[in-house]
Design a binder for this molecule. Structure first.
Ligand code: ADP
Ligand code: MG
Length: 308
C-alpha cells in the first residue's frame, strides 16, 4: 500500500475510494458536505472519540481494527435509537512515524464497515502530531417512520431483552463486534419498544441507565444472562457472570418491552444473534440480581467511566 505522508495526498486517496450516493450529493472535497434526508425524517447524531492507550492499544489492534471500531461504536449508538445510519465524518490525529500505509489502513477499516452498512463517508479532518492516535467519528442517521427509541419509557412489568452474549470483550469483541443496526430496526418494526440502549459501559451499568432515565427499577435473572465464550474463558478469579455484568464494550442491545410483545419477539426472532429475556422492570428503588432460588442481591458492576 502506498504511503500518503501528507494531508492532501491522503485526502485525495480517500476521496477516490469514497462511495457515491444521492444521500450525500456533495461529499469529500468541499468545505462542508451536503447530506440529503429524503423523508424529512429527524436526524440522529452521535459522536465518539477513541484514544490510543485508553480505548485500544496498537498493537495488538491494527490500524484497520481501530478505524473500524471508531465507526462501529457510532453505528451502535444509532442502532440504540432504533435509527438508520446514513453518513459519517471522521476527525483523525495521526501519530508521526508509524510507517507507510498506517493512515490508509485506518481509513480502510472505516470504509469497509461503512460499505457494509451503506453509510457514506461524507468528510473529515486530518491532522498529525508526535502523540498517540486519536480519532473521532460522527455519524448522522435518520429515525424510522416509528420515531426514535430512547432510554426513557421503560414501564414496570416490561421484560428486558438482550441481543447476543456478554463479557470478556477485551479478548477481541471490543474490536470485531458487529453493530446491531439490523436487529434494532427489526425489533422496532415488530413491536413497541419502551426503551432501548446499547451496552458500552457494561450490562449492569447500562441497564441502570434505562432504569434511571425511566424512573423505574430492574431485576436481572443471573441464570438468564447469556455469557460469552470469552467471559467463560477469563481466568482472573472473577466469575463469568461478573465479567458479563461489568466488562463493557459488548455493544449488544437492551430493550424494555411489554411482556406480550416481548414474548412475541422472542418467538419470531429470526437473526443469528440470539435474543434473550434477561430480567424485568420493577418499581423504582430495586436494582437487583435474582438467583435460581429467587433470592435478590444488589446488582454488582458499576461499569467503566472516565475520571479526571
Ligand atoms: P478545510 O480546511 O476546508 O476544513 P480540509 O483540508 O480539512 O478542508 O478537508 C478537505 C476535504 O477533505 C473536506 O471535504 C473534508 O471533509 C475532507 N477530509 C479531510 N480529512 C478527511 C478524512 N480523514 N476522511 C475523509 N474526508 C476527509
Ligand atoms: Mg478541515
Amino acid at each position: 500500500m502506498s504511503g500518503n505522508r501528507d494531508e492532501f495526498a491522503l485526502i485525495e486517496w480517500i476521496r477516490r475510494r469514497a462511495r457515491i450516493s444521492d444521500r450525500v450529493p456533495l461529499g469529500i472535497g468541499d468545505d462542508a458536505a451536503v447530506v440529503h434526508f429524503p423523508r424529512r425524517a429527524d436526524c440522529l447524531v452521535a459522536v465518539d472519540v477513541l484514544m490510543e492507550g485508553v480505548h485500544f492499544r496498537s498493537p495488538p489492534a491494527t490500524p484497520r481494527d481501530v478505524g473500524r471500531k471508531a465507526l462501529a461504536v457510532n453505528l451502535s449508538d444509532i442502532a440504540a435509537m432504533a435509527g438508520r445510519p446514513l453518513a459519517a465524518v471522521v476527525g483523525v490525529v495521526l501519530p508521526r512515524g508509524r510507517g507507510d500505509g498506517f493512515a490508509e489502513e485506518l481509513h480502510e477499516g472505516l470504509r469497509l464497515l461503512a460499505e457494509e452498512f451503506h453509510v457514506v463517508l461524507a468528510g473529515g479532518d486530518t491532522n498529525a502530531w508526535d502523540g498517540p492516535l486519536v480519532l473521532s467519528v460522527t455519524v448522522l442517521g435518520e429515525t424510522t417512520e416509528r420515531g426514535p427509541v430512547t432510554r426513557r419509557g421503560a414501564q414496570v412489568g416490561d421484560w428486558i431483552l438482550a441481543t447476543g452474549t456478554f463479557g470478556g470483550s477485551l479478548a477481541g469483541k471490543h474490536l470485531t463486534f458487529r453493530p446491531r443496526v439490523e436487529e434494532a430496526l427489526e425489533l422496532h418494526a415488530l413491536a413497541r419498544l419502551h426503551a432501548l440502549i446499547d451496552v458500552s459501559d457494561g450490562l449492569a451499568a447500562d441497564v441502570r441507565h434505562i432504569a434511571e432515565e425511566s424512573g423505574v427499577g430492574v431485576v436481572l435473572d443471573a441464570q438468564a444472562i447469556p455469557l460469552s465464550d470469552a467471559a467463560r474463558e477469563c481466568r482472573d478469579g472473577r466469575s463469568p457472570l461478573e465479567h458479563a455484568l461489568s466488562d463493557g464494550e459488548d455493544f449488544e442491545l437492551l430493550a424494555a418491552v411489554a411482556p406480550e410483545d416481548a414474548a412475541r419477539l422472542l418467538a419470531e426472532w429470526r437473526f443469528e444473534t440470539p435474543l434473550t429475556r434477561i430480567g424485568e422492570i420493577v418499581p423504582a428503588g430495586t436494582w437487583a440480581l435474582r438467583d435460581a432460588a429467587g433470592g435478590l442481591a444488589p446488582l454488582p458492576g458499576t461499569g467503566w467511566r472516565h475520571t479526571w
